[in-house]
Structure formats: C-alpha cells, structure tokens
Design a protein around this ligand. Structure first.
Ligand SMILES: [Mn+2]
Length: 459
C-alpha cells in the first residue's frame, strides 16, 4: 500500500467537493469460476483501491459528508477462517492503516444507508454489485446504473486522471516488467511455434514476478483483427506478430505496450515500409503530446503521417489534408491513437469513456475511426496515456469500402488489393505529460527496425 497519508489526502480532496449526503464505495467480491470456492484471481475495484487501498474482497466504505465520518464495512475473520486462511489483522487494524477510525460489520451497511439522504455512488461493471446496490438502495436493478452520481463520477475522474509521482513510479515498474515480457517475446518467436507457446511463456514472466497481466494479451499473427484474443495460430516464416500486452505493478497500476515482431527475425521489404510509417506516427504522436494540445489533434497529426506514408507507397492519393479530414485513412487506421492509463489499463473506462476522454470543449466525433478515439480532450500535466498508431489491412473492410466506392479520390483500391494478406502493425508506448512536454515511461523497449531484428535474431 501507499502510506496512509496518500489515501487520507485522496479522500479529503474528494469530500471537499460535496456539501451533503453520503458517498458509497463497494469493493469487489470474489468471482467464482465454477463453484463458489473456486474463484478467478481476485482483483479489487480500482476506485476502491484508489481511495481505500484495501486489496481484499467483501468490503464497502462510506464517507458521510453531513457528519464528517469515514467508515469501513467488512467482516472480521473468525477461527474457522483462520484455520483455512491463516491469521489476519482485524478490520479495525486494517482501517487504521488507511487512516480510517471506524470499522463496522458489513450487514450494518444497509441500516446505515438512510435512503432519504442523497447517496452518491459510482456505476458498476459487475452483475453481483448491481444486485447488491439495488438491495442497499432499495431500487430496481435496472435503475442502479441510471442513478449513479454524475457529480461523483466527475469528481473521481478529476482526481484519478492526474497522476502523482508515487503513482508514476508504480506505472513505471509495471512498464519495466512489461518491457521484459516484450523483449522475451522477441527473443522467443520462431517459425513453427504456436502463438500460445510464446504467449504463455511471456505471461509467465509477469506471474513469476508476483504480478499478473493487466489485460488479456493480444498476441497474434492476424494483427488485422484488432482485439484478437485467439492464440492458436502456428507462426510461419514471413509472418509478423502483434504483441499488445502488459503487466501490473504491485499496487495494480497497469503497463500497456505493443510491439510488432517479425517471426523469422527479419522484416520483408513490404513489412519494413509499413512498419516505418507506423513508427513515424508513433514518434510524431509522442512528440506532439504536451500540455495545451488536445489529444484529438495529436491523433489527427499521427493520422496525417500515416496518410503521407501510404501515399508514398501508392496506397493513398490526392489531397491528404482533405483525406484525413474526411476519415479516408481510417480504412488502414480504424482505431484511436490512445487512452488514459493508470489503475485500469483503459483508465476509469468503467465510469464512462466520455467522462474520461472528453469535455465541454472537445466532443467525440461520429466519423468512422475518429469515433473510436477514447481520449480526445486537452492534455494536462500528470496525465498518463498510450500512443498506439497502427496500420491494418482488413480484407472485409477493404471489400466493403471498394464496393461502395468510398473515398475513391483518396484510396488506390487496386494497389490496396495487393496488401490484403498483410495483417497489421501497431507500435505503442506509455507516456507521462510533464509540465512542458512529455516523457516515455519505463525502460526503453526496442522499436527501431534494426534493434527489433537484432533482438529477434538473438544478438
Ligand atoms: Mn493500449
């Protein structure tokens, strides 16, 4: 855990924004795989971790604004628990570690929550919590999401989006471990191997460091499928593999890195051409990211680099400024340039993407491609985000657009046909917005063509 002062300050910064009512936080419960005692590995809710730090199931917490009280609700272990799980500190002791004076038993929570007062709570992404909240708040489960407090969502986003030094340190440990995973994957890949062999060994690096992966790994030679979680392909000579994966730090901050790896150790000429464009877009995106610029503009700058590169290869044509404004490049780059990262890999997405990524000044576009940009608003010091451009050749999308004659002025479909078996390339780094500029977090992870090839070849 962080020192208790961290959690006390976070809660203080939250409660000064409220005049009355109760702020309610539910921790996560265990999640059974098949029967109740056989559970998935426990992951605490990130908002609970942020304000209360306690990393175990079956806890709740409230801030009673009217009476200026903070209370943790949970259960003390009994002798039976000690036999199975060993001795544990009391709930009172755990509360003390995070600067909370009062601890009560969980069944008392329901009585404590006087529903005639205003109760602020966050939206939840778990079904069991919907039911728990509907019981606590005496409302229909369907109303739980609808009644979540917008004021609380905005307050929490405002706090969590600006990372402190101690959080950045956590993220950097996560990225350093992620770097080890990525370098090991580069060293490991060879034709004939199945994706799961390499992916399993790579994820094992996180486990062996007392960590875990921060999201399900994308590890595929079919990189054109953006969120491909299938790892059953046998890798062939000449394939390129997209490895988009990350580890968590001790306190559950995420790393999220993507590298594209030539399976046989060397890129073909065509792969190198596309890779260089993506690398250029990645570097442009990183350099452009600083306080004062919107991330939407950074995204568009990266998109222009992609369009220019593709024009040089004869895949795009015409006025590129216009092409990007019209979204023609999204045939090749259909996703956003990046997202916030912190305790969640897509930080705070559970609170609603638009609360995190947009504001009154920057609204989400509905144009194909740009609509998928999770973060569009102006960047501020302390933001941690990913920069992850990519170029993909998605046969079904190409066929559809070609059939519809979409953006014909900007896309040379005859040439694009030749690339339908290409797959995809993505390169992703995690950055911190500093007072004036930005910096890449964690130890450097090879991304120049010759560096990547050298490591792949075991040099
Ligand atoms: Mn990412």
């Amino acid at each position: 855990m962080f020192p208790k002062k961290t959690y006390m300050e976070r809660r203080w910064k939250l409660k000064v924004q409220f005049d009355s009512g109760i702020i309610l936080f539910l921790g996560n419960e265990e999640s059974p795989m098949n029967y109740s005692d056989n559970t998935y590995k426990f992951r605490q809710d990130s908002n609970f971790l942020y304000f209360w730090g306690l990393d175990e199931p079956a806890l709740a917490a409230v801030i009673d604004i009217d009476n200026n009280k903070e209370i943790i609700f949970g259960e003390n272990v009994d002798l039976d628990d000690i036999i199975w799980m060993g001795p544990q500190p009391s709930l009172q002791e755990k509360a003390k570690d995070i600067g909370v004076k009062e601890a009560r038993s969980l069944p008392e929570l329901s009585d404590f929550l006087d529903t005639s007062r205003e109760i602020h709570y966050l939206p939840t992404y778990r079904g069991d919590q919907v039911i728990h909240l509907s019981q606590l708040l005496d409302c229909d489960p369907a109303e739980v999401e609808f009644n979540a407090s917008e004021k609380l969502i905005r307050a929490v986003v405002g706090l969590r989006e600006q990372k402190t030094d101690e959080e950045v340190l956590q993220i950097e440990t996560a990225v350093d471990l992620t770097a080890q995973m990525h370098i090991a994957a580069m060293e490991m890949l060879e034709p004939g191997m199945f994706e799961y062999e390499a992916c399993g060994a790579m994820e094992g690096i996180a486990l062996a460091a007392a960590s875990r992966i921060s999201f399900p790994s994308i590890f595929s030679v079919e990189g054109e499928t953006l969120h491909n979680h299938y790892h059953g392909n046998q890798m062939k000579e000449g394939d390129i593999l997209i490895n988009d994966s990350g580890a968590e730090s001790e306190l559950h901050y995420a790393g999220d890195i993507t590298r594209t790896i030539p399976v046989s150790g060397k890129f073909t000429g065509r792969q190198r051409d596309i890779y260089q464009i993506v690398l250029e877009a990645n570097k442009t995106g990183i350099k452009a990211s600083k306080p004062g610029i919107t991330y939407k503009e950074v995204h568009l700058q990266a998109a222009r680099v992609i369009a220019e590169g593709l024009k040089e290869l004869g895949l795009m044509r015409g006025n590129l400024e216009e092409a990007v404004a019209n979204g023609a490049h999204a045939l090749f780059f259909p996703h956003g340039l990046g997202h916030m990262m912190g305790l969640d890999v897509h930080d705070m997405e559970g609170l609603g993407e638009d609360y995190v990524g947009y504001d009154e000044d920057t609204q989400r576009s509905d144009q194909f491609g740009l609509a998928s940009l999770r973060l569009g608003k102006e960047l501020k010091p302390g933001y941690v985000l990913t920069v992850e451009p990519g170029i993909y050749f998605i046969p079904e999308l190409i066929d559809r657009w070609k059939e519809d004659g979409k953006h014909e002025a900007f896309i040379n479909y005859d040439k694009v046909e030749e690339y339908k078996d290409f797959g995809g390339v993505r390169i992703e780094d995690d950055i911190l917005i500093t007072e004036k500029k930005q910096r890449i977090l964690g130890m450097p992870i090879p991304k120049e063509v010759d560096e990547v090839e050298r490591i792949c070849q075991g040099e």
